[in-house]
Each structure stands twice: as structure tokens, then as C-alpha cells.
Design a protein around this ligand. Structure first.
Ligand code: ATP
Ligand code: MG
Length: 396
């Protein structure tokens, strides 16, 4: 233990907050931050309308923990010092050095931006700027030239003089934005082992939705490795928006029935309709208000508007497709940032790849699909799959 402690000031998107929602938003955000810092013994509190957190770790570890918390727009490590100019100068020097250590070597520019909320403090803002600025200039970090630039400095040292203490910060890290998970109800995502659906889950979590997942597994057509892959993805996603329940549905009998009774070019469409039906039952059991998929438009043959309609008609719940406006390259980029990409590209196939024919119908119509699936005993197939569903729970 180094005895190091980091205090952070957390900022959130106030512009989009409607007055009435604000207290609930703040409470949820504080809860999510508390959850993120719990394993390291962190504390979270609100003070004068601002959110603070503190934990016995360094800034890098604090960043790692907070940069995934939805609802945070940005956050800064702050020093809280007594209302005394020398103490403020010492803190400003430390913070400037901290900020400069993140930058390439060589000369750097800075400015001081003081705000005096406490009018009893004997120096006015401009006066604080000048005095602290002069002290910093007089004592640059070793090997580093310093100059003041009021227009576009490399580092801005912020000083806020409040009634109880002065707060000094010079570094700011970006949070993901969005809404704290738990603000927007629950949804159930269809999670494959691919690149897209984990990103779709992340995007719904970012909108404050508590997301559970369902995976359709066709053992022994698909291996335990492909199941493990989805389990790994669920574990990564739970870090952002957990707890996350993953329902693993035994889909083998459904797939076997479909490939036995339906023409090959219809297999994908009918399989997806069965997935939606089963997902909707699970959603009802677990209080989910929408389904989520990683579908986009035009990405693959099965993702035409006709296909989305024909698949979607079996579900009464809204089907959310947060990737619908993105290109594959953008989705890949997001998957890398979220940390799911490396797992998603592992080679183990999910159930669909095995059954995909060379020439799937690209413009399936709902009435055709209904005729094609008529030979299936849909209800018993659904009941059988649900009976053999296993639920795993992942903590945040
Ligand atoms: P992904 O990268 O998410 O696998 P994809 O581009 O491969 O998507 P499809 O294979 O057409 O597209 O799947 C479309 C969507 O259907 C997926 O994003 C996912 O939401 C759902 N899905 C597909 N296969 C499964 C599965 N085995 N279990 C659960 N959901 C699935
Ligand atoms: Mg896929």
C-alpha cells in the first residue's frame, strides 16, 4: 500500500436532464459509481449539487473504473485544500505536474482559472490567477519550460474557492455519457457470439436500460467453446451494466425440426422467428419491455427491410435495433473500444452459421413464412426449449 488516495469530481449531462428527473438521475448515477468503486473500497457522496468519489487508489485505476460508467460525461482528480493561498499554490503545482506528466516532454503552456464562490476569501479571482500563475512559472517541473497562454493552453489549472475548502484540478477524463443503468427499464437482448449484438447491448445499456441476454445454443452442432465465448461476452458486458442474466436456450430440437420441415432457403428466417418467439416468452417471465438485436439494414442478405418485418411480426414487444444506422467498420470500432471485439472474432461458430444455406430468401413475406412454418409444432417446440433453458447471472 502506498497510502495513495484519489478524490474525483464527477460531471454529468445536465442539459438533457428534465427538472423532475434530476434527483432520480443523480441517485442512480451515485449508485452506479458506488458499484464501480465498491471492490476497491471507494466512497461516493453529493455535496453542494456536485458528485464526488474517493478511493484508496491512484488516478489511473480511478480512470479505469469510472470511464465505463454510463451517465458520467467527464471527471477530474481534485485536491481539496484549506482556504489558504500557499496551500492552493502547492496543490496547483502538484496538479500541473500531474497533467504535464501525461504529455510529451518539451515546453508547455498553462493558465490558471480561479472561481471564488466564497467571497470571504481575501483574494479576488483575477488576483488568485495572477499569484498562483506567478508561483507556477517560478517553479517549473525539471527539464520543462513553462509559459502562460490565456487563449489555448496545454493545461488549465482550475481553482474553485468554496466555503469549506478550495478545490484544485487540472486533468479531465471523458466518461461515456448516456444515462445511468437502471433509469430506463429492462430489455432482453438476443446475444450471439458475433461482433454486432454485444455492441447493441452496450448501446442500450448506455441509454440507461438494464439488459438481460438470451443465447440460443445448439449443442452438439455447436461446441461448448462457442457457448463459453458468449459467456465471456456477457461477463464483459456486465462490467458496464450488470447485473446481467444470461439465458442459454437449448435450441437444438428447434433447429432440427426446422431443417427437417422447411425448405433450406427459409431456414434462417424461420429460425429467427422461433428465436423471437422464445425471447418474448423469456421477456414476459423476467419483466423485460423490449427485445434488442444486433441487426442492421443491408449488412447481410437476411437483414433487408422485408426480412426485418417478417421476423419481427411474431413479437408483440418493440424490437430495438440500436445498430441500424451504423456501418460495419463503425461497429467494429465500437466493439474494440468496449472490449468485446477480441472475443467476438474467436472462430467458434454460433448455431446460425451451420445452417445457413447458400441462397437464403432475401425478401421473405410474412404470409409465406407462416405457410412455410405450418408443419412445425411451434408451441411444443417453444415449451421444450424453455424447459431446458439455463440462466447464468453476472455481477457488475
Ligand atoms: P452478430 O454479429 O450479432 O452475430 P450478425 O451480423 O452475425 O450479428 P445475424 O447472424 O443475421 O447477424 O444475426 C442477427 C441478430 O440475431 C444478432 O445480432 C443477434 O441479435 C441475433 N442472433 C443471431 N444468432 C443468435 C444466437 N445464436 N443467439 C442469440 N441471438 C442470436
Ligand atoms: Mg452472427
Amino acid at each position: 500500500m502506498t497510502g495513495e488516495t484519489t478524490l474525483v469530481l464527477i460531471r454529468y449531462g445536465e442539459i438533457g436532464l428534465k427538472g423532475r428527473n434530476r434527483p432520480a438521475f443523480e441517485r442512480r448515477l451515485a449508485d452506479r459509481v458506488r458499484l464501480a468503486l465498491k471492490p476497491i473500497g471507494g466512497r461516493v457522496w453529493r455535496e453542494h449539487g456536485r458528485l464526488f468519489a474517493e478511493a484508496p487508489v491512484g488516478w489511473a485505476e480511478m480512470q479505469r473504473r469510472l470511464e465505463g460508467v454510463f451517465g458520467i460525461v467527464s471527471f477530474s482528480p481534485v485536491r481539496r485544500v484549506p482556504l489558504d493561498l500557499d496551500a492552493v499554490i502547492a496543490a496547483a503545482r502538484d496538479e500541473l505536474r500531474g497533467a504535464l506528466s501525461d504529455r510529451p516532454p518539451g515546453p508547455a503552456t498553462f493558465r490558471v482559472a480561479a472561481r471564488r464562490a466564497n467571497k470571504r476569501f481575501p483574494y479576488q479571482s483575477m488576483d488568485i490567477n495572477r499569484r498562483v500563475g506567478a508561483a507556477l512559472l517560478a517553479d517549473p517541473p525539471p527539464g520543462r519550460g513553462l509559459a502562460v497562454d490565456l487563449g489555448d493552453p496545454d493545461v488549465t489549472v482550475h481553482i474553485e474557492v468554496r466555503d469549506d475548502a478550495a478545490y484544485v484540478f487540472a486533468r479531465t477524463a471523458a466518461g461515456p455519457g448516456g444515462l445511468p443503468v437502471g433509469s430506463s427499464g429492462r430489455a432482453l437482448a438476443l446475444l450471439s457470439g458475433g461482433i454486432d449484438s454485444p455492441v447493441a447491448v452496450w448501446m442500450m445499456m448506455k441509454r440507461g436500460v438494464q439488459v438481460d441476454a438470451v443465447h440460443f445454443h445448439s449443442y452438439p452442432f455447436t461446441s461448448d467453446r462457442s457457448r463459453e465465448k458468449v459467456v465471456d461476452l456477457a461477463r464483459i458486458l456486465a462490467r458496464y451494466g450488470g447485473p446481467l442474466n444470461l439465458h442459454v436456450v437449448h435450441f437444438t430440437d428447434v433447429q432440427t425440426a426446422i431443417s427437417r420441415h422447411c425448405p433450406p432457403q427459409w431456414i434462417v428466417t424461420i429460425m429467427r422467428r422461433m428465436m423471437f418467439r422464445i425471447a418474448e416468452r423469456l421477456a414476459a417471465q423476467h419483466g423485460a419491455l423490449a427485445l434488442v438485436t444486433g441487426e442492421s439494414v443491408g449488412q447481410v442478405a437476411s437483414q433487408t427491410l422485408e426480412s426485418l418485418q417478417t421476423i419481427g411480426e411474431v413479437a408483440a414487444l418493440p424490437v430495438l435495433r440500436p445498430l441500424v444506422g451504423f456501418d460495419k467498420t463503425e461497429i467494429v470500432e465500437m466493439a474494440r473500444r468496449i472490449g468485446t471485439y477480441e472475443t467476438s472474432i474467436l472462430p467458434y461458430q454460433d448455431c446460425c452459421a451451420l445452417f445457413v444455406p447458400k441462397n437464403p430468401v432475401t425478401r421473405p413475406r410474412p404470409e409465406q413464412a407462416r405457410a412455410v412454418e405450418a408443419p412445425l409444432d411451434i408451441e411444443p417446440l417453444i415449451a421444450g426449449a424453455l424447459e431446458r433453458t439455463e440462466t447464468l447471472r453476472f455481477a457488475p
